[in-house]
Write a protein that binds this ligand. Structure first.
Ligand code: HEC
Length: 458
């Protein structure tokens, strides 16, 4: 039996064509071997569990899945931006083993890893979904008593850039812009939304500069920063003017909200920063008021330069927004929509539906000029706690004349109010606080130049 087992595991992983017949033969001889040994040893031995299932171990099978799909959030990152990093680390067997049952249940229900778009799948660069096989492997491992196995089977440990790059997750930025002074969130404060603005120093950006990535840091200890967005404003925008306006005016870089990540643009894409621009940080602080609860925040953006000569497309981020709505009290399934028609052929890079506590679903739909339509994004169980940006692997072309529609659905009933701590007995409109609502369909895109005129047939 042991001999058969040895042959079996030796050859199982090897499916290369050249050795295919050998493997097939070995498997057949394995079958014969097992059968004869089993026949000799009788029924007692036949009752031992199947070899393949028995061999699922942490080091060999489960750790690789956890490294690729869980450790980005399940580790001691030494920082936390509004809940992206989980309270429990899964870096090694000791840390992971106590969570085995919870892990099985969370992956089977697809609550972990967090990912909310049911459709479409396979087209997002940052898609976090386990395959059916991966889920089955984790379940089999937990059912087998979550064995460690042989640590020699373990893949090399995953190394995160933050550890060696002063907390920056994409490596050391080419330049960093820091708010010129710390903002004090006082003890008495519970919920503050404010825009902090700083001039980008002339020695940092002295000429037209193209960037292809940026990462935001809240510059605060603890959990009191609910979200932060950063905007670059050029064209003579003053520091004073900028602090009055926040979301919706263009120039958005990125937001760090609950569950949102920073990112890099694809090769050939960039965003332009003019000298003399200002950087605006739209901050949302939220904490329990009280003695000792005061803290400071001095936000930063780290920028990664694009090679100016290689930038073909200027990326714009803005929103399809609706801020004139009022959701009546005690209604379910209340829809708010907004739309825009593309003036040019447009390449979409990413989509980010943003709403608050009452939002339960969101959709982006493209209505093409030829009369067909396509569901670009379906988030049927929207969760405000996970502000995910859906990033296309391949930019998505929306031809000139396409009507892009973004819809949100809201549940302003007592049931949800009890669970999410809001008062459903009053109408609710647009506003910046967690307890207000929003309906913002963020989009990042590039507009393509009009195609050269083709010969007109008349
Ligand atoms: C994007 C970040 C992120 C990723 C990726 C992620 N998690 Fe989590 N996970 C969290 C956060 C944050 C929490 C704590 C808050 C919560 O439960 O929602 C959590 C909680 C959990 C819990 C605890 C639930 C409980 O019972 O309290 C388990 C188990 C878990 N995750 C398993 C996994 C597994 C397994 C993977 C990978 C297959 C994974 N997570 C990937 C962020 C993440």
């Amino acid at each position: 039996m042991l001999v058969c087992y040895w042959y079996f595991i030796q050859d199982l992983p090897d499916t290369r064509q050249t050795r295919f017949s050998f493997v097939k033969e070995t498997r057949m001889s394995l079958k014969r071997c097992t059968l004869s040994v089993a026949a000799i040893l009788g029924l007692a031995l036949m009752a031992t569990p199947a070899v393949a299932q028995d061999s699922v171990t942490y080091y060999k099978d489960v750790l690789p899945i956890i490294q690729d799909n869980c450790q980005a959030c399940h580790r001691d990152a030494g920082y936390n931006i509004s809940g992206l990093v989980a309270p429990m680390a899964f870096m090694d067997y000791q840390e992971t083993r106590p969570w085995a049952r919870a892990i099985k249940s969370k992956v089977e229900s697809r609550e972990m890893p967090p990912w909310f778009a049911t459709e479409p799948t396979g087209i997002w660069e940052n898609e976090r979904r386990l395959t059916g096989d991966q889920i089955a492997t984790i379940s089999a491992w937990v059912d087998a008593g979550a064995p460690a196995g042989d640590s020699a089977d373990a893949p090399p440990p995953k190394v995160f850039a933050e550890a060696t790059h002063d907390g920056w997750s994409h490596g050391t930025p080419d330049f960093v812009v820091t708010m010129h002074e710390p903002y004090v969130v006082p003890e008495g404060a519970y919920d503050i939304t404010t825009t902090l603005v700083t001039q980008i120093p002339a020695d940092v950006v002295s000429e037209e500069t193209w960037v292809r990535g940026w990462e935001l840091k809240v510059g605060a200890e603890g959990e009191g920063v609910h979200h932060m967005c950063a905007f670059v404003r050029g064209d003579g925008e003053s520091v004073e003017g900028s602090s009055k306006s926040a979301i919706g005016l263009g120039g958005l870089l990125a937001c760090v909200a609950e569950g949102a990540e920073s990112g890099m643009l694809p090769e050939g894409y960039g965003m332009k920063i003019e000298p003399g621009s200002v950087l605006a940080f739209n901050m949302h602080f939220n904490k329990e008021p009280g003695e000792g609860s005061s803290f400071t925040s001095q936000p930063q953006v780290g920028f990664f330069l694009a090679n100016k000569d290689e930038v073909e497309h200027e990326v714009i981020t803005d929103t399809l927004g609706n801020n004139g709505f009022e959701i009546p009290p005690n209604v379910d399934n209340y829809r708010i929509g907004m739309a825009r028609t593309m003036k040019k052929d447009t390449l979409m890079l990413n989509l980010w539906p943003h709403a608050h506590l009452r939002a339960v679903g969101s959709r982006y739909i493209a209505y093409y000029p030829d009369g067909t339509e396509e569901l670009l994004l379906d988030v049927p169980a929207y969760d405000q706690a996970w502000q995910l940006t859906y990033k296309y692997k391949e930019p998505k072309l929306l031809p000139k004349g396409t009507r892009l529609e973004v819809d949100f659905w809201y549940d302003n009933t007592g049931d949800r109010g009890t669970r999410r701590a809001f008062n459903a007995d009053r109408p609710i409109g647009f506003g910046p606080r967690t307890n207000d609502e929003m309906a913002l369909g963020f989009v990042s895109y590039v507009e393509l130049d009009d195609a050269p005129a083709t010969t007109d047939e008349n």
